[in-house]
Design a protein around this ligand. Structure first.
Ligand SMILES: Nc1ncnc2c1ncn2[C@@H]1O[C@H](COP(=O)(O)OP(=O)(O)OP(=O)(O)O)[C@@H](O)[C@H]1O
Length: 254
């Protein structure tokens, strides 16, 4: 079966910083796939290379068999991307934002209208139809970002830190929506630091450190029977507070 996302030898540097240093990935269709790694490991850069938002210095990526760089528009039709901070238009309502995103994608107005109505309902964004995005809570921003990414019915949904800063209720809503999308045959790929979410949701996981793949496999293979968090810390190298450091934090105030 053609991989949902395939990367071969991806490299990307920003000046002297090698953000992605030869990443190979093969993400099977229909999976829930986690990309884990510490801050600055290269997760966001990898996602941007895979989704055609950033051109690699070397290597190739393809989406559902379509090479990303020779034909970025065709590849982007198969992808929905929800960045960490979705780029939205603050002066639009949720419905207007969906309509605008659909028109930009060249979709027919009646198809946009029908899908937007369903999406706004599933995303729980119908209660305040006149509210501008500028006044949205973070949970609402994440939900409308997801709506924009799903509108054109992509085969692969890619999300950067979808659970960052969400409260438990919104985390559950996001999880349910992703499960719903996957149940319909979609592939979900997301980057996260939150190991218990990755462990709970994902079929497979890759752990990235310094722009390289440190481990890849099913969650059971990567975690070796331990909590994924412990395997993660061992793989990326934990940091102990030096003995004797910050003693003043636990002593009584002077
Ligand atoms: N546009 C850019 N210009 C310069 N350096 C960048 C740029 N984007 C990323 N980097 C650097 O590349 C490295 C990888 O960054 P990236 O954002 O991909 O990591 P990350 O794993 O997503 O981190 P985090 O979990 O903190 O979001 C970091 O050292 C970062 O500072």
């Amino acid at each position: 079966m053609t991989a949902a996302l395939l990367a071969r030898g991806l490299m990307k540097s920003f000046g002297p910083v090698r953000a992605v240093d030869g990443i190979d990935l093969e993400i099977p269709q229909g999976t829930f796939y986690g990309i884990a790694g510490p801050n600055g490991a290269g997760k966001s850069t990898t996602l941007r290379l895979l989704t055609g938002l950033l051109r690699p210095d070397a290597g190739t990526a393809s989406v559902a068999g379509i090479p990303v760089w020779p034909d970025p528009q065709a590849a982007k039709r198969e992808i929905g991307f929800v960045p960490d901070n979705p780029l939205l238009f603050d002066r639009l309502t949720a419905a207007e934002m969906l309509e605008y995103a659909g028109l930009l994608r060249g979709m027919k107005p009646d198809v946009i209208a029908a899908r937007a109505t369903e999406l706004l309902s599933v995303l729980d964004l119908v209660d305040s139809p006149d509210q501008l995005i500028a006044d949205f809570s973070l949970g609402m921003i994440k939900r409308i970002g997801l709506g924009v990414a799903l509108l054109h019915s992509p085969k692969v949904l890619v999300l950067d830190e979808p659970f960052g800063a969400l409260d438990p209720v919104n985390t559950q809503v996001m999880e349910d929506l992703l499960q719903l999308y996957r149940a319909g045959g979609g592939t979900v790929v997301f980057a996260s630091h939150v190991m218990d979410v990755v462990q709970r949701l994902c079929d497979r996981v890759v752990v990235i450190g310094n722009g390289r793949v440190l481990a890849e496999g099913t969650v059971a293979e990567v975690s070796h029977g331990r909590p994924l968090q412990d395997a993660f810390v061992e793989l990326v190298g934990g940091r102990d507070l030096k003995e004797g450091g910050l003693k003043w934090l636990s002593s009584s105030p002077d």
